[in-house]
Design a protein around this ligand. Structure first.
Ligand code: BDR
Ligand code: CA
Length: 329
């Protein structure tokens, strides 16, 4: 049997973060070395507790360490809670029991650094929340950027409107300074943004399949129902996007996305455009004629950026994969 590659999932659970974990486990492709939590959808202590509870719900609490993330964004006030979408404690209407594992003294950023050294050149890091932990790791040791094999994150909006403001996506808006540290570090990144995630939806028919799949997907189905209801309350259709699971999917296969090579620069100085991800395609960088040292320097630090969905159907894979790793709750 070929060994499964090491991965760290860095998350702010969060409904779709929880689904991303179950999906990751269901793929059977990865050796999950740590589940590092970060504040975002809820304050850091709550996302940590949710992460712990989820490892118990998915039966991995004895094997996968959970680390607590930074208490606040790099330079700003504590995270603004997204309870309107994720529920009062972040997991819809669920109250899941805590894991019995001891709390670990090692922070999320420290765990990321340690694992990047232990699995140099092999480690995939998938981030589905604000990029605070990854930025802290990079600020402490810029070599992190070159030891990671691949860094895939859910965040940003390259060529479409935002979801927390007209121009910004939630994860990047929550800690724009961290995102800028990460995207200017030279880390080999793939940005799984709203351009792609708003295309891969769970609709009532998909939910019905998961509801009928047995007790192992009952928790996921309830979470999806709560997420769909929240999207509907906010003016959406009877459907919810698979933002965070899509990022996990793209760690293994980017054909769920259509991507282009380019730099991403994060706006953080203006309140109105805070967290806007300015995408500069490599192919077009020469057409801009304003003299911008920032832009010129950044064209050496490009990654792959999603500009839309790809040919492979992510929703279909998600619905087929989830039942392969039952959850209890
Ligand atoms: C992102 O924002 C969060 O609320 C979700 O968990 C996802 O990571 C989508 O913009
Ligand atoms: Ca998230």
């Amino acid at each position: 049997m070929t060994p499964r590659p090491p991965i760290v999932l860095d998350s702010d659970p969060g409904i779709d973060d929880a689904l991303a974990l179950q999906y990751l486990l269901g793929t059977g492709r990865w050796d999950l070395k740590a589940y590092t939590s970060v504040g975002g959808n809820l304050p850091a202590e709550q996302t940590y507790l949710n992460a712990r509870a989820l490892t118990r719900a998915f039966g991995i609490d004895a094997d996968v360490p959970v680390h607590r993330g930074a208490g606040r964004p790099l330079t700003r006030l504590p995270y603004t809670a997204a309870t309107a979408f994720h529920g009062p404690a972040g997991l819809g209407n669920e109250t899941l029991p805590d894991s019995t594992a001891a709390r670990l003294p090692e922070s999320s950023a420290q765990a990321l650094l340690r694992l990047s050294r232990q699995y140099e050149g092999e480690l995939t890091v998938c981030a589905t929340g604000p990029l605070t932990n990854v930025a802290i790791a990079l600020l402490e040791d810029p070599g992190f950027a070159h030891r990671v094999r691949k860094f895939v994150f859910m965040g940003g909006a390259a060529q479409v409107p935002g979801n927390i403001t007209p121009v910004a996506e939630f994860n990047i808006w929550a800690d724009p300074d961290a995102a800028e540290v990460v995207l200017s570090s030279g880390i080999p990144f793939t940005m799984v943004d709203l351009d792609a995630s708003h295309h891969w939806l769970v609709r009532p028919a998909d939910l019905a399949v998961l509801e009928a799949a047995g007790p192992g997907t009952a928790l996921a189905a309830r979470l999806l129902r709560a997420y769909m209801d929240a999207y509907q309350r906010h003016g959406g259709d009877d459907a919810c996007p698979l933002h965070d699971p899509l990022a996990v999917g793209a760690c293994a296969d980017e054909s769920y996305l259509t991507t282009a090579e380019g730099a991403v620069i994060v706006e953080s100085t203006s309140e109105l455009t805070r967290g806007k991800t300015v995408f500069v395609p490599s192919a077009a960088s020469r057409v801009f004629y304003a003299d911008s040292p920032t832009l010129t320097a950044r064209m050496a630090l490009t990654g792959r950026v999603a500009l839309g969905p790809g040919p492979r159907d992510f929703t279909k894979d998600f619905v087929a994969t989830l039942p392969r790793w039952p959850g209890v709750g």
